[in-house]
Design a protein around this ligand. Structure first.
Ligand SMILES: *[C@@H]1O[C@H](CO)[C@@H](O)[C@H](O)[C@H]1NC(C)=O
Ligand SMILES: *[C@@H]1O[C@H](CO)[C@@H](O)[C@H](O)[C@H]1NC(C)=O
Ligand SMILES: *[C@@H]1O[C@H](CO)[C@@H](O)[C@H](O)[C@H]1NC(C)=O
Length: 550
């Protein structure tokens, strides 16, 4: 069995059979999903006949907007406003607008809102939602035509946002950790799957210096010069890495297990407390919090720390174990046991026993190696996320949580997300600020770094529950995810009650600010009224510029 698996990356062992299972069930599954959804739409529509809801709606109908020409006649200035720490410029930079139009396939005329956000770092704890007294929209929404020229504009007062005094990514000290990743050279260099930017976030100070974290990278299907290329690409970004060639005769589950002795036998292991096995799409958005959490554990004991899949089906299928994409943390004494028993943990029998029906699983091989050679059991750290979710991930990223890891964000059958861009704002307002929510008086919620969502009928649902925009698969029982996430509130897709601009890119500017570009497409399948008509006829861009508190 094992020898026939030629797929290069560990994830593929799940992905290919998974995709097949998905195809098999897709027909039945999508039919029931459609019924379920229309059901929700009807119920929400009925519920929403309340007079108050209508009132809110008529106050700010969608399809809002005036043309910029009229307002631009006001000829604003660039005067620094009292609440802003930086000069604010709201002129129409037509070259940039054109670039976005090309890049995000926008209409020639689209809505464009630019808003500065002034961060105020205060002695407060992180809140899941912070209510602001200010409106998000300052006046009418502008519609710009990229083929026109516009006069100068005045910026509205910035939004003023209180945040905790959480540490900045550049001050992370990751020197107690070593990370092991096994992937292919092809995935490493393909712009769609390359982890270099993401690694530069959690393995460097963001200025080209290592933060002390060590990376052990095992590359499959790489020539000598490609190994060198990978090494120089990573070290030029400040990442402290050693690159090794994977043994192509090993099946991927074994290549995964091999990361443990590879790290344990590394000369720098003597300075480490935690050896971490992860995937090439594992991301640590809040490293200070992660390191603080691990400071609570006893690294001198053998410890096996990780998290379950969110989908209870996967526990039933694969077993009670750490799911590797979320990161599996082994204390050095734990890794020592695995390294010693390595030869007996990777026999043909063990490989056969680690086949859950979806091919031999590296996670199972590691769990068996630990459970069959020690009394140690998994310690659950539920702030790590495997993210075995399908569909629109918004409900997760908009939940106000501060995840310690993220995974499965490179599309394919899983979701698409851009955590490297999401976390850029942490350089302005601290690590706690990523994915923190700010609710304005006019029913917008900024899920910082991920989206800006508008709720035209008001925010009359429980923001402490995940919105069920995503689902489990292939066997969606409706409650697969509840044991980890709690029951989720109904999705607002196609209800006319929510519309959102999703972050596509973020940039750290020379003046210390961070710009975020959030994009809305008028034909987005999610933003429809219950009768199926689109909530807006226009594409839209919201640009937020975060100003540091200094
Ligand atoms: C902005 O500054 C003005 C004048 O100093 C002040 O009255 C106002 O409260 C400030 N707004 C916010 C949101 O802090
Ligand atoms: C921060 O707030 C806490 C609790 O309100 C207080 O005990 C502490 O002294 C404050 N720290 C500073 C630096 O003001
Ligand atoms: C980082 O942590 C290590 C071990 O805890 C310590 O020896 C080192 O001095 C720290 N480095 C910095 C720059 O603080």
């Amino acid at each position: 069995m094992g020898g026939t698996i030629s797929s290069p990356h560990r994830c593929f062992s799940m992905r290919n059979p998974f995709a097949r299972a998905l195809l098999l069930t897709l027909a039945m599954f999508s039919v029931s999903w459609i019924f379920l959804r229309s059901d929700i739409d009807v119920r929400s529509a009925l519920r929403k006949t309340a007079a108050s809801a209508r009132e809110v709606m008529s106050q700010r109908p969608l399809g809002f907007g005036i043309t910029a020409e009229t307002s631009a006649e006001k000829h604003g200035s660039h005067a620094q406003s009292s609440n802003a720490s930086r000069v604010m410029i709201c002129d129409y930079d037509i070259e940039r607008l054109k670039k976005w139009k090309e890049q995000y396939h926008l209409q020639d005329t689209f809505e464009y809102t630019k808003r500065y956000v002034q961060v105020r770092r205060q002695n407060i704890t992180r809140k899941s939602v912070t209510k602001l007294g200010q409106d998000f929209l300052a006046g009418e929404v502008k519609v710009v035509d990229v083929n026109q020229q516009y006069a100068a504009e005045t910026c509205p007062e910035p939004l003023v946002v209180p945040v905790p005094q959480s540490p900045f990514p550049e001050t992370v000290n990751a020197s107690e950790f070593m990370f092991g990743v096994s992937t292919t050279y092809k995935r490493f260099v393909d712009p769609r799957t390359s982890p270099i930017n993401e690694w530069s976030y959690w393995l460097t100070d963001g200025k080209g210096n290592s933060n002390g974290g060590k990376l052990v990278l095992m590359l499959l299907d790489a020539s000598e010069s490609e190994l060198g290329d990978a090494y120089s690409k990573l070290t030029s970004r400040g990442i402290d890495v050693d690159v090794y060639r994977s043994d192509p005769s090993m099946i991927m589950a074994v290549r995964y297990l091999t990361l443990v002795p590879q790290m344990y036998n590394h000369p720098e292991r003597v300075n480490k407390k935690w050896l971490v096995v992860c995937d090439d799409d594992t991301f640590f958005p809040s490293f200070h919090a992660l390191a603080d959490k691990f400071a609570e554990y006893d690294h001198e004991r053998p410890m096996y720390i990780g998290t379950f899949s969110e989908d209870v089906n996967n526990i039933q299928r694969h077993g009670s174990q750490a799911f590797g994409g979320a990161g599996v943390f082994l204390s050095v004494p734990m890794a020592e046991i695995v390294a010693e028993k390595y030869d007996t943990c990777r026999t043909e029998d063990k490989i056969r026993e680690s086949n859950s029906g979806w091919g031999p699983q590296g996670d199972i091989l590691l769990r068996k190696c630990i459970y069959e050679n020690s009394e140690v059991k998994l310690t659950l750290l539920n702030d790590l996320w495997q993210l075995d979710l399908l569909g629109d991930p918004s409900g997760f990223y908009e939940s106000g949580i501060k995840p310690l890891s993220l995974h499965h964000y490179r599309g394919g059958i899983w979701h698409t997300a851009h955590p490297w861009h999401y976390t850029k704002v942490a350089h302005v307002c601290g690590e706690d600020c990523t994915l923190q929510r700010f609710q304005t008086a006019d029913n917008f919620i900024i899920s910082n770094g991920f989206s800006v969502a508008y709720y035209p009928w008001g925010i009359d649902f429980d923001l402490n529950q995940f919105e069920a925009t995503f689902h489990a698969a292939p066997e969606n029982k409706g409650w697969n995810l509840d044991y980890k996430m709690g029951p989720q509130r109904p999705s607002l897709h196609k209800t006319g009650r929510k519309i959102s601009w999703d972050l596509k890119e973020a940039t750290r500017n020379e003046d210390g600010t961070v710009s975020q570009v959030y994009v809305l497409k008028h034909y987005d399948w999610r933003w429809k009224n219950p009768d199926g008509t689109p909530m807006t006829e226009r594409d839209g861009v919201i640009e937020l510029v975060w100003m540091p508190d200094d």
